[in-house]
Design a protein around this ligand. Sequence first.
Ligand SMILES: [Ca+2]
Length: 305
Amino acid sequence: MTRSVRMISSPRGYASGGSTADAPKSFSQRFGLAAGANGSAKSISNCLQRDSMGPIAVIDPHLPARSPTLSHVEYSYAFQPIVNTVARTVFSYEALLRGINNEPAGHVFAQISNQDMHQFDEESRSTAIAVAARLGIVCNLNLNFLPRSVIGSDRAVRTTLAAAEHHGIAIDRIILEVTEGEVIDDHIRFANVINQFRGCGLKVAIDDFGAGFCGLNLLADFQPDMVKLDMNLVRGINTRGPRQAIVRAVAQACLDLGIDLIVEGVEALDEYRWFRDEGMCLFQGYLLAKPAFETIPRVEYPPIL
Ligand SMILES: [Ca+2]
């Protein structure tokens, strides 16, 4: 079985490559990656044309084509839900990079040179979108960005949004996950890039919040739509007084700033209960659902407290 990024590494950057005759159940066929590009970026372009920075094209010919040098890299995606346990609905699915046999993301990254990493980062998000569309994900979709892929160029965001539009996923369903470091390296440039696209409905989440060094200071300079609390703050919180104090401070800041707080990596019912008692309702973690390879996982909703 061939499941390869080759299928989507066309000069357009996504979704216009053909399937191979010797792969009757190929990745591209199973996930619909071989469909021709419709070339439509109208709604994104129209949206961006209203921006004060002037018209911005999203896809070819304005984006220079990149050669498909990463055709040797085979990968796929698992999906893990972010759940609203009060509404008892899935708020979003995070696309998580995997090898073609569900190996961890590190297995895939090991095949890619440092100089190709940002191209892979860009291309792989288009694949994640294609797989999510094929699986019929109709809620939000969380996509990870490599550190510095946003501030290096707005191309990474443009191609992601173009791929979303191509696959019929509304821009306001896309949530970009970036780490603290991505934002603070050059927060003015980061905010400039992101704010161009926010007018289209794009949302931004700070991933692993609390794992870096800036913490709450970050929120003084840049207010994301969401913050994902780092799992190291979550682990065993029901018995850890200092962690409880830090999390309460983060939660209050998020509340005051109108930022949604997502509790990431919750594994134990006691951890979950502590956060619920504090009024939080958005959770991601093994307690609710493990990542499922090329599948939408079933959610185990915790008991109503
Ligand atoms: Ca993430």
